[in-house]
Design a protein around this ligand. Structure first.
Ligand code: AMP
Ligand code: TRP
Length: 333
């Protein structure tokens, strides 16, 4: 049976290889299966949980849409829209924030990481961010949510919220409890500078990540400079437990090739890193350069991207507005 897919990406700039391999590549495969109904959301309400420059935010929203399309998502088959265009997201988040418990949110590790040492100065939105994410998903009765590994805990919270709502209001199965779709391998791509840190948009060092807008030379240079160790390439998978940078680069190579880590290790066992890096850069250029070129081309026609969003907002709104009306009735409004 077909799946109802919902996922979101924050328009916070610098979309990178981790976003692509952890999430967007999966979106494309799901979009290509005609049995599925897919909704991909540019989560601009989530973006402002951390301060954004309004002009940049607008550009980043368009760039996220361009990235979806350049990666292979077809806006005729899938709904692509921005969250702030559909009022039900904010309304739903409020109602669900009265269902979610403080104790549940206090366990969220992403908040702890993002808020850093000075929690008192973090926005309230950053804290309640996962409740808005639950509203996103539950408004569309999504059955499956493709995300990278870092969103696993937020999805568990979403499931808890759905179940508690259904129990509290005695509406069995009213909110669909969604399943996460997290790739078994390579669901967490690490920084090119530090194999223990996630590849991230906000890393101050641009050479820690491959941006999806990087050109051929940038990709080649970043891979050349990527951190490794001084040993030859690992001979077996077990060695990788202690060699995080080698593990990450081999993981990227395997994911791009749809191959297993084991096979990639075998292919390069005992060789020099430079030989492997050349092959890895080739693969990356082959995959990322066309996406990067297409993003740039799409960004030349802003009104086309805006039209796609408007059309998506209309379609999303027709689904979400019905669900939020039912939610309000159930709550007693
Ligand atoms: P974000 O940019 O935080 O909105 O993330 C968009 C999607 O990319 C989410 O599904 C994340 O789980 C995924 N993602 C972000 N960073 C990484 C990473 N380093 N490795 C794998 N997936 C990632
Ligand atoms: N929190 C997700 C992230 O940072 C983005 C997101 C918002 C999302 N709403 C969602 C992902 C709904 C999946 C489903 O990556």
């Amino acid at each position: 049976m077909g799946k109802k897919i919902f996922s979101g990406v924050q328009p916070t700039g610098n979309l990178h290889l981790g976003n692509y391999l952890g999430a967007i590549k999966n979106f494309v495969d799901l979009n290509n299966d005609d049995d599925n109904k897919c909704i991909f959301c540019v989560v601009d309400l989530h973006a402002i949980t951390i301060k954004q420059d309004p002009k940049e935010l607008k550009n980043n929203i368009r760039e996220t849409v361009a990235t979806f399309i350049a990666s292979g998502i077809d806006p005729k088959k899938s709904i692509i829209f921005n969250q702030s265009g559909v009022a039900a997201h904010a309304e739903g988040a409020w109602i669900l924030s009265c269902v979610a418990r403080m104790g549940w949110l206090n366990r969220m590790t992403q908040f702890k990481e993002k808020a850093g040492k000075d929690k008192e100065k973090a926005s309230i939105g950053l804290y309640s961010y996962p409740v808005l994410m639950a509203a996103d998903i539950l408004l569309y009765d999504a059955t499956h949510v493709p995300v990278g590994d870092d969103q696993k805990q937020h999805l568990e919270l979403c499931r808890d919220i759905a179940q508690k709502f259904n129990n509290d209001f005695e509406v069995e199965n009213f909110l669909q409890v969604p399943e996460p779709l997290i790739q078994k391998e390579f669901s967490r791509i690490m920084s090119l500078k530090d194999g223990s840190k996630k590849m991230s948009k906000s890393d101050l060092s641009d050479s820690s990540r491959i941006n999806l807008t990087d050109d051929k030379d940038q990709i080649i240079n970043k891979i050349k400079k990527a951190k490794t160790d001084s040993l030859p390439m690992p001979k077996n998978i077990k060695e990788l437990d202690e060699r995080l940078e080698a593990k990450n680069l081999l993981g990227i190579y395997s994911s791009l090739n749809n191959s297993t880590l084991e096979n990639s290790v075998k292919n390069f066992a005992g060789k020099n890193f430079s030989q492997f890096k050349e092959k890895l850069a080739d693969e990356l250029v082959h995959k990322i350069e066309p996406i990067s070129n297409e993003i740039k081309k799409l960004l030349e026609d802003k009104s086309h991207l805006d039209e796609i969003l408007l059309d998506g907002v209309e379609k999303a709104n027709s689904i979400a507005s019905k669900k939020i009306e039912r939610i309000k009735e159930i709550v007693g409004f």
